[in-house]
Design a protein around this ligand. Structure first.
Ligand SMILES: [Zn+2]
Length: 248
């Protein structure tokens, strides 16, 4: 086979593709500009696009926030305007759970639950913040896992590494909600502190909805620690731990 066979045919494009190309060029130029920016300049929505997934189609926004490095995402369904409180989950990245299917936590299942719920309701938003390991980062999270493999629980592991229990911040999420005109939410979380944090940031939480997901013996221990030492609601833990005897 000659090399020529692999080259692009040198035929002149028809007028129709040429017009499409011009409009796409204009769109590409517009896409390089921010979609929206908060009045204090701390938050910028860089792009919004529909994304079809196995769980339905979401409007995906990529945004950046001054105090939280990285590209963050918001996946929404339906019309976000209006007075009815918006169904919202603020979810922090968990590469080990969501990409590697780690059995140490239930993050992937919680994310799936929230995405399913907003699709079922036809209106809602999951705000996905890149604060891995409750904010300590992937390296420290894996160091903590190493200590947990030696018997420490998640809180003690962080303390042995000189790290706080939870360094997550919800400023970015509150700022995004305000920018989108959302002032009232029904929050999907098992963590009362998250509700309080959002309230303190000026977002009214009209309801707190539990995130109930199936777990496994390894995650059950982590959930039990979150319940006993971090004030999370974990209704399923007692059955899991009591039933399997694996919650040591
Ligand atoms: Zn996780």
């Amino acid at each position: 086979m000659s090399r020529r066979a692999l080259s692009v045919p040198a035929r002149s494009p028809s007028s129709e593709p040429a017009r499409a190309s011009e409009s796409l060029t204009a769109l590409a130029e517009r896409l390089q500009l921010p979609v929206a920016r908060s009045s204090d300049g701390r938050l910028t929505v860089e792009v919004v696009t529909p994304l079809p997934t196995d769980r339905g189609t979401f409007d995906v926004r990529l945004f950046r926030f001054a105090d939280l490095p990285g590209d963050h995402l918001a996946l929404s369904v339906g019309d976000l305007s209006g007075d009815a409180p918006l169904l919202v989950r603020i979810h922090s990245e968990c590469m080990t759970g969501e990409v590697l299917a780690s059995q140490r936590c239930e993050c992937a299942q919680q994310l799936a639950f929230a995405l399913r719920e907003i699709q079922a309701e036809g209106r809602g938003m999951v705000i996905y913040l890149r604060q891995e390991g409750r904010g300590i980062g992937l390296l420290n999270k894996l160091r903590a896992y190493s200590l947990q493999a030696q018997g420490a629980d998640t809180v003690d592991a962080n303390r042995l590494l000189g790290l706080p229990d939870d360094t997550r911040s919800y400023d970015a999420a509150a700022s995004l909600l305000k920018l989108l005109g959302v002032s009232q939410v029904r929050l999907m979380t098992n963590n009362p502190a998250k509700t309080q944090a959002l309230t303190d940031l000026g977002i009214t939480v009209t309801d707190r909805l539990g995130v109930l997901v199936a777990s496994n013996p390894l995650a059950a221990r982590y959930l039990k620690t979150k319940r006993d030492r971090m004030s999370h609601d974990v209704p399923a833990v007692l059955q899991l731990v009591g039933g399997t005897g694996s919650g040591r």
